[in-house]
Design a protein around this ligand. Sequence first.
Ligand SMILES: Cc1ncc(COP(=O)(O)O)c(C=O)c1O
Length: 278
Amino acid sequence: VINLNTGHHCSQPDVVLNAVKRYLDIENQAPVTTAPARPELESVRRGLAKEFGCDIEELAITRNASESLQILQNGIDLAAGDEVVTTEQDYPRMLTTWDQRVRRDKIVVNRVQFPVPTTADDLYARIEKAITPRTKVLHFCHITNLTGQLFPVQRICRMARARGIRTIVDGAHAGAQFPFKLRDLECDSYGVSLHKWLLAPLGTGMLFVRRDLIDKFWPLQAAPATSDTDIRKFEEIGTAPQRQAGDCRRAGVSSGHRRRTQSRAALLPDDALGERAA
Ligand SMILES: Cc1ncc(COP(=O)(O)O)c(C=O)c1O
């Protein structure tokens, strides 16, 4: 059986799976200390920041894209009546997260409808039209999971920033499927699943937050005030098999990512910024 479903989570290559098993064994033999994982996490952070084109101090390693995005969605201060613009075709869990904030904080969520396929211009126009003076956040996919619709991320983010609106981009399926650099997208924040197209261990994700905005998002699990501007505050999750993240690096996943994105680059030369509609 050949498993081609990279969209849920990829089948980990033997080299990755064996490394995960090896480090779980090590962890099991030394259960009282998680400290040795830290240097590995920092080298993974460095590698990912280089691959995805952001500052190392802007990148947190999470357990999946859901966690990355919910940190952003639940961590941003919003008052009753503040508005969020997203789309009807965003990921159901992320829509549920906003729905919960509607119930909890009385915010307003506007789900933009769009036909498939459509153009980058149409998507831009629909999102711009949905903005009101109370809009505080735009949340949309770099590429949707349902149909592979690409969004003109850079254009939308530029427009949002000019109006003082924060952008949350769902890159669960973008990371390592096609080449792009986060700095070129000009978004405020971005979430990725590393266990999809990157072939990283199951239960790994990535969160990007622009450096000057880190203190505008509360972590899901509390961190001390001294960490307010530190991207690592989002990684304070208590006891967890954190070495799995270290395994990405040791298992040589970043070189696999390079090979993969190079071949995708040949297929999708114009799509790095999501400017061309699918
Ligand atoms: C568009 C989109 N966003 C978010 C997620 C959640 O990703 P994860 O399962 O890594 O939490 C998925 C998962 O398929 C997705 O397709």
